[in-house]
Design a protein around this ligand. Structure first.
Ligand SMILES: [Zn+2]
Length: 130
């Protein structure tokens, strides 16, 4: 076993951190959105109700549009966290999803949701697909 590999204790800690992160994201999303039926990864922002006056309606629209972009950010973070947790459960955590090589341990510890190695990530960026 090389020192590039995560230890059992490090994997356990990553799992704990990711689980906490998932709970935090779900909690934040539920503040202003409801999960879609049949797809727990998709949330629907609730339209705010401030009142029926023109300025209240304008504020509702502005607030709704802010929350929609927040929803997208949180949803994509949540999807990353869930996918990392499922790789942990399957025992494939830490392998690059494109080339299968072990992802740099320091990269995983710094950003536990990483699913690709630095080289593949760079290739994707060069191609403009990320
Ligand atoms: Zn790779």
């Amino acid at each position: 076993m090389s020192d590039q590999q995560l230890t059992t204790a490090e994997l356990k800690q990553i799992e704990i951190d990711l689980t906490k992160e998932r709970e935090r994201l779900e909690h934040d999303l539920q503040e202003f959105a409801d999960p879609s039926k049949g797809n727990r990864d998709d949330y629907q922002t609730r339209f705010p109700q401030f009142g029926n006056k023109d300025d209240e309606n304008a504020a509702e629209v502005a607030n709704f549009s802010d929350q929609l972009s927040l929803e997208q950010t949180l949803e994509s973070q949540l999807a990353d966290v869930r996918s990392a947790l499922s790789r942990l459960a399957k025992g494939t955590y830490g392998a690059c999803r494109y080339c299968g090589k072990q992802i740099d341990k320091r990269r995983l510890l710094a950003r536990p949701t990483s699913g690709s190695c630095v080289e593949c990530k760079k290739k994707m960026q060069d191609q403009g697909s990320v």
